[in-house]
Design a protein around this ligand. Structure first.
Ligand SMILES: [Zn+2]
Ligand SMILES: [Zn+2]
Length: 320
């Protein structure tokens, strides 16, 4: 089978390798679609913290069951790419998303940029009628869903989403589904236009929000967000960057504000998103701006990083 491996930053190589072998409790899966996300782009560029090479990237997957003790061959599925230890305190508390020993598929271990993978059955979610395109978007939508579950929005509350990359867009989409009044802050005009046209959300003009959500992962944006929190409000950090954050303690105190991080997602978030697709509340095709075939794989990152391409969500389709 064919696989694509990032040997060092900036280098993606195609290789022919042996098929992976399945053991009991694991399924052999054929990869249909691989969504490309910021994590993959940063890992390829060499600026993802704690990343080691060589590594096979890719964690946003639509797969087909090939051999399994649990699932039917031919069935489409997605995977939860956060492999947890099931024995630490976070796992015991049901927070497998922030397991102390987490191994993220395609980040800490080799991921899905290959024709076949073997994955433990407990991480496989059968699609039950969802399309391959929908299944590819389940993971990034679940990241947004998890951040919003942390926020515990009340219908009608004012929400500011900072950043309109894929996670920001999905956060806006889900916050609107949950009945919030959403505004967006995004300096890139093309991305802002995508939001106003496709998600019918206004550019931020208010000064205070019950919930502020960062989806930029940009230090300056994150620090500027503290001033946007309403009294009694909360601030959820989905995006991640490398520096220490600083903010005014008196300003934070007078608001009695709550600050939360949001990491990965849990089964509950995945199930929520898959139900929204089943109920036709989300149109996958709106968000898929670029599709690549096998032959285009070695050059995809060059293309995705070209600002004139205006990439929303890019995916590699391995189906012939
Ligand atoms: Zn991702
Ligand atoms: Zn654990």
């Amino acid at each position: 089978m064919q696989q694509w491996i990032c040997n060092e930053p900036g280098i993606l190589v195609s290789q022919q390798v042996e098929m992976p072998q399945r053991t009991p409790g694991f399924s052999l899966l054929r990869v249909r679609n691989i969504g490309i996300c910021g994590t993959d782009i940063h890992a390829f560029a060499g600026n993802q913290p704690f990343f080691s090479y060589p590594r096979i990237l890719g964690h946003e997957l639509a797969v087909e069951i090939v051999e399994s003790d649990t699932f039917s061959p031919g069935e489409l599925a997605t995977i939860i790419p956060y492999f947890n230890c099931n024995s630490c305190g976070a796992c015991a508390a049901g927070k497998s998303n922030c397991c102390e020993n987490i191994q993220v598929f395609g980040v800490h271990t080799d991921g899905g940029m290959r024709e076949y993978i073997v994955v433990e059955d407990r991480y496989i979610l059968p699609g039950n009628g969802l399309s391959a395109d929908e299944l590819t978007l389940v993971e990034p939508l679940s990241i947004a869903a998890h951040g919003l579950r942390r926020a515990a929005l009340n219908p009608g509350e004012k929400v500011l989403v900072m950043g309109a990359g894929p996670i920001g867009l999905f956060t806006i989409l889900l916050a609107k589904i949950q009945g919030a009044l959403v505004e967006v802050a995004e300096p890139n005009k093309a991305r802002l236009q995508f939001c106003t046209e496709n998600l019918r959300v206004a550019e931020a003009s208010s000064t205070a929000f019950n919930t502020v959500i960062d989806a930029t992962g940009n230090l300056n944006a994150i620090e500027s967000g503290f001033a946007k929190i309403a009294h009694g409000g909360k601030y959820i950090l989905i995006g991640l960057q490398k520096q220490a954050i600083s903010f005014s303690h008196p300003e934070f105190h007078k608001r009695e504000a709550t600050l939360m991080s949001s990491r990965n997602a849990t089964l509950e978030d995945f199930a929520y998103v898959m139900n929204l697709f089943r109920d036709k509340k989300i149109q996958a095709e709106k968000f898929i701006s670029h599709r690549f075939t096998k032959n285009q794989v070695p050059d995809i990152f060059t293309k995705i990083n070209d600002p004139s391409e205006q990439v929303i969500k890019a995916m590699i389709s391995l189906a012939e």
